[in-house]
Design a protein around this ligand. Structure first.
Ligand code: CA
Length: 224
């Protein structure tokens, strides 16, 4: 397995490397820009990301990796323990957040959890949630082997929800992820697209799979 450690404190990256090198091939970088480049050109199994980096903030690194449709598990660590920071990082696609200084055994345990989570995605990149299969290479979706003809944005929304299966995504998060920030969007654009997705997959299954969380947004559930 391959891990990327993004950490500008050599003491910390040294300890991490020493402790993890029996289980992982490890790359270490000290800047956010190097991290983005390496993450886009390598298949990492996991990324350990420090928040305070000398060039760009770790949150921007995380956002960019997710924008590139890279689902690699990302565990963020930082000396900042504010709940707000944690929530923000999880909202932009981090899988976990550890406050420094952390215990190495806890880190290992959390890495295992993040890797198990990733295991839902087959090695060929196909994502299976219940009856739904999403193939990112061909951008095709099937439901019990029936092809679902989704429009581009419908596919992007379903794919985003699937990569965050079990988590509630707000309408704003979905808009930010699927549309460019300068798009002029009408208020219920996400709802309209979700309705189309549900219609195409077919109810009642699609309504159980793709849940409305009232006042917040949507969540994809792993149901058969
Ligand atoms: Ca740092």
């Amino acid at each position: 397995m391959k891990a990327l450690i993004v950490e500008d404190n050599k003491l910390i990256s040294g300890v991490l490397e020493k402790n993890l090198r029996h289980d992982y091939y490890i790359d270490v970088v000290e800047t956010g820009n190097e991290a983005i480049t390496l993450a886009s050109t390598n298949e990492y199994d996991i990324i350990l990301l420090d928040l305070g980096l000398p060039d760009i903030d770790g949150s921007r690194v995380c956002t960019q990796i997710r924008k590139d449709n890279n689902t690699v598990p990302i565990i963020v660590s930082s000396g900042l323990s504010a709940i707000q920071t944690k929530v923000e990082m999880l909202n932009i696609g981090a899988d976990d957040y550890l406050v420094k200084p952390y215990n190495l055994n806890e880190l290992r345990a959390r890495m295992q959890v993040a890797l198990r989570h990733k295991a839902n995605i087959a090695p060929n990149g196909i994502l299976e949630i219940g009856r739904i299969r999403i193939n990112p290479q061909t951008r095709t979706v099937t439901c019990t082997d029936r092809v679902i003809e989704l429009r581009r944005k419908e596919y992007d929304i379903l794919n985003y929800l699937a990569h965050n299966c079990g988590q509630v995504l707000s309408r704003q998060m979905i808009m930010d992820h699927v549309w460019s920030t300068d798009s002029n969007l009408w208020a219920n654009v996400v709802d309209v697209h979700v309705k189309h997705i549900r219609d195409k997959i077919g109810r009642p299954y699609s309504s159980m799979l793709l849940k409305t969380i009232h006042g917040v947004g949507y969540k994809l559930e792993r149901i058969e």
